[in-house]
Ligand binder design. Structure first.
Ligand code: C2E
Ligand code: MG
Ligand code: MG
Ligand code: MG
Length: 289
């Protein structure tokens, strides 16, 4: 079906668009339902030290299932939750849940929690982080907050003030998915991030143009170093990628090769394995999960 809007203009309504809108409504319903019926959970993915292959912490990643138990991906429900104004509540829940979990882990294991840009708009972020730390008793140094470059595009002053307040609480800050947004270089110097997380696309580039990938990644690592940041590579799926990234000087590695995101109940197994296993530069072969 097509409808004319004016001279020379035409908007075409396609069945895919209708499907997309219907799907979006469904996801929004699943979010509201999920909040009422506790269908949200956190999975945890290991962050591994490059020097010895040991786990230094876990990133908390939000999960949601619909009424039939089918998972909805964060790539789908996070933007929808931002749109319907549910992300502040969900973000605060994630902070409480993740810090409570990490407080039970052996020290000095850390937990990383992703923050949405929207959480910087409502004014309650600092209080929410402080309340999660107080309630859990987790040492602030063991909490890392991940933000993406999109945060740095608008309201720079306002965002900067909140990042400073977060640092003052003693938590550390990571720039996530680094290198995918256009703001990356223009704002990096302004904030004191503790960590850069190199986007997965750079790791994938290894398999396509190894030499150019190597040059780009080592330049980013050098930049990170000069700005006093640790560098994590995300999306490491193979041993050869891991080895190449270790060679280039990445401080930490994360990806399916080391472990997929897993429910909290499964972490104990990883921790037990960690305590017993021998480690070396190259990541271990028999890692569970
Ligand atoms: P992210 O923070 O960059 O998280 C890393 C994503 O990469 C996760 O996807 C993880 O499952 C996936 N991943 C990890 N290792 C590999 C690998 O080796 N290969 C591949 N192909 N993928 C890997 P996930 O869990 O689907 O989350 C997607 C995004 O949703 C996250 O990207 C983050 O931006 C957002 N997100 C997840 N949980 C939360 C949350 O609690 N709050 C907010 N605001 N955003 C969240
Ligand atoms: Mg992240
Ligand atoms: Mg990331
Ligand atoms: Mg990513």
């Amino acid at each position: 079906e097509a409808r004319t809007l004016g001279q020379g203009q035409m908007r075409v309504f396609r069945p895919e668009m209708e499907t997309r809108v219907r799907r979006r409504r469904q996801v929004e319903r699943s979010i509201r339902d999920g909040i009422l019926r506790n269908r949200f959970s956190l999975h945890y993915q290991p962050l591994v030290r490059a020097e010895d292959g040991r786990t230094r912490g876990f990133e908390a990643l939000m999960r949601l299932t619909d009424a039939s138990g089918k998972p909805i991906s964060p790539g789908e429900f996070i933007p929808a939750a931002e749109d319907i104004g549910a992300i502040d509540q969900l973000g605060a829940w994630a902070l409480h849940e993740a810090t409570a979990a990490a407080a039970q882990w052996p020290e000095p294991l850390t937990v990383a929690v992703n923050l949405s840009v929207e959480q910087f708009r409502d004014g309650g972020l600092i209080a929410s982080v402080r309340s999660a730390l107080d309630a859990s008793g987790l040492a602030p140094e063991r909490l890392e907050l991940e933000v993406t470059e999109s945060l740095l595009i608008s309201n720079v002053e306002e965002v900067e003030a909140q990042l400073e307040d977060l640092k003052a609480l003693g938590v550390s800050l990571a720039m996530d998915d680094f290198g995918t947004g256009y703001s990356s270089l223009s704002y990096l110097w302004r904030f004191r991030f503790d960590r850069l997380k190199l986007d997965r696309s750079f790791v994938l580039a290894f398999d396509q143009k190894p030499d150019r990938a190597r040059t780009t990644i080592s330049a980013i690592i050098a930049l990170g170093r000069r700005l006093d940041m640790k560098v994590t590579a995300e999306g490491v799926e193979t041993r050869s990628q891991a080895e190449a990234l270790v060679d280039l000087g990445c401080d930490n590695l994360q990806g399916f090769y080391f472990g997929a995101p897993m429910p909290e109940a499964q972490l104990r197994e990883v921790m037990r394995w960690e305590a017993e296993a021998e480690h070396d530069l190259a990541p271990p072969r028999k890692r569970p999960a």
